[in-house]
Design a protein around this ligand. Structure first.
Ligand code: 5AD
Ligand code: SF4
Length: 440
């Protein structure tokens, strides 16, 4: 069926920060095509930028597609982008006939052509993995928030046995140093005060002998940029240079997200993680030695095939040993095509539920304790969005905690000094010190 070319669009991103970044770049791209952003109910084109990491996230796409049907029976042009698109490809329009476009995470710069094909009544599919091609062809960044993501690295060569990423995002590739510095400059010009460097294995980034620590060192010189972060990292790529950057680069925030997944060496081996509980703890010790106030965050998987009670206890022990400021924990999800999906010893769902609850309860206690220990501190926060109440703003501390504050005259994008006055499990309340005391 031929249809009018879409004039408006809506992009919904799920999953990781890389998808958020990709969603922003698609917005830039479609805006250059003179399309305007609209609500999901009204847009002529809806892009679902999907996540395939766990079954629940992947299946969600199909219910989301169903919900796009409108009251009058019509529906927008529908594009499925992201990792579900890459993993399931032509299967998607077979399962959901209303899908017009399927585009993988390395091919979305070709969206305008795919939209034309779809408007001509064809089903448009592009699942190429052309590596870095898209970055050279996307328009310059223009509209960004106070805190912006910048993809520096994509893909993964680690092949953890539970994970789909090496299949959906391809091999590890690093963008060039120059391209990254250019984009960082454009982000700062567009109003970003904080840049988070993102990559599936961001600390595997390298260019001509420079490591991520060197890149962060170079970004430190960028006038107008106040804060630098990076996520997400692999223990094997915590180089000496990157750890040193935590001591030397003032703009690098004291926060490290370093997934460990399990505290049992037997399970880590079965996961093909190539680190042990001990080697993980030693890395944290080295980082803490140069930056004692650093907040440590992590990812955990419970119920990996073969995980016994003692294996799970080892995870709890590691959590006690490290002390996390925050962490994500997930039930193991058997992903088709990954080695772990067909391993012996799949754990009973009720055992997984119970372990997840126990782990989350310990992690929540640690997070609350970390927040409570911040009360009484004076710190800068970067104001990122409005709060629920009139005049309230929400900013982030260097340790990535959210702070609610009433600060008349202050605006999103401002860095202000606050005294942290009270803490809950997920956020803190701050009281503005005074404009003059701000130290950023
Ligand atoms: N099941 C459960 N959690 C997973 N993750 C990745 N793959 C799976 C899976 N198959 C988790 C890991 C990773 C985070 C992004 O998602 O903890 O670090
Ligand atoms: Fe997945 Fe492991 Fe690569 Fe992370 S390091 S993206 S968990 S395969």
């Amino acid at each position: 069926m031929q249809r009018a070319a879409p004039k408006s669009f809506n992009i919904k991103s799920f999953g990781c920060q890389m998808n958020v970044y990709d969603g922003e770049r698609m917005t830039d791209l479609l805006s250059r095509e003179n399309m305007v952003a609209a609500s999901e109910r009204e847009a002529d084109l809806v892009v679902l930028n999907t996540c395939h990491i766990r079954e629940k996230a992947a299946e969600k796409v199909y219910s989301d597609i169903g919900r796009l049907r409108r009251e009058d029976g019509s529906r927008p042009m529908i594009a499925v982008a992201g990792c579900v698109a890459q993993a399931e490809g032509a299967e998607i329009p077979r399962r959901a006939r209303e899908v017009d476009i399927v585009v993988g995470p390395q091919a979305y710069h070709r969206l305008p052509e795919l939209i034309s094909e779809a408007a001509a009544g064809k089903r448009a599919l592009d699942l190429d993995l052309p590596g870095l091609e898209k970055f050279g062809l996307l328009p310059k960044r223009r509209k960004v928030g106070a805190s912006a993501f910048l993809t520096v690295q994509e893909g993964c060569d680690k092949f953890c046995t539970y994970c789909v990423v090496p299949y959906t995002r391809g091999a590890e590739i690093s963008r060039s140093f120059d391209a990254i510095i250019d984009e960082a400059r454009a982000l700062v010009d567009a109003g970003a005060k904080e840049i988070t460097l993102v990559g599936q294995n961001v600390n595997a980034w390298e260019d001509g002998g420079r490591d991520l620590g060197a890149l962060i060192g170079a970004l430190d010189a960028l006038h107008g940029l106040a804060r630098i972060r990076y996520t997400t990292s692999h223990p094997n790529d915590m180089t000496v240079g990157l750890i040193a950057a935590h001591a030397q680069v003032e703009k690098l925030m004291p926060f490290l997200h370093l997934p460990v997944q399990s505290g049992s060496d037997r399970i880590l081996k079965a996961m093909n993680r190539s680190h042990s509980a001990d080697s993980y703890a030693r890395i944290i010790d080295r980082v803490r030695a140069v930056r004692p106030d650093i907040a440590i965050s992590s990812d955990f998987i419970v119920g990996f095939p073969g995980e016994s009670d003692p294996d799970f206890e080892a995870t709890l022990e590691l959590v006690e040993r490290i002390g996390f400021a925050s962490a994500y924990s997930f039930k193991f999800s058997a992903r088709p095509g990954t080695p772990a999906a067909s391993m012996d010893g799949q754990v009973e769902p009720h055992v997984i539920d119970e372990r997840l609850q126990r782990l989350q309860s310990v992690l929540n206690t640690q997070q609350s304790a970390f927040n409570a220990a911040s009360v009484g501190k004076r710190t800068d926060i970067l104001l990122e969005r409005k709060g629920k109440h009139e005049g309230q703003l929400i900013g982030k501390t260097p340790w990535l905690q959210s702070v609610h504050v009433f600060a008349t005259g202050a605006a999103i994008g401002d860095m202000i000094a606050v005294d942290l006055v009270s803490a809950g499990p997920n956020s803190l309340a701050g009281s503005r010190v005074s404009k003059e005391l701000h130290v950023a």
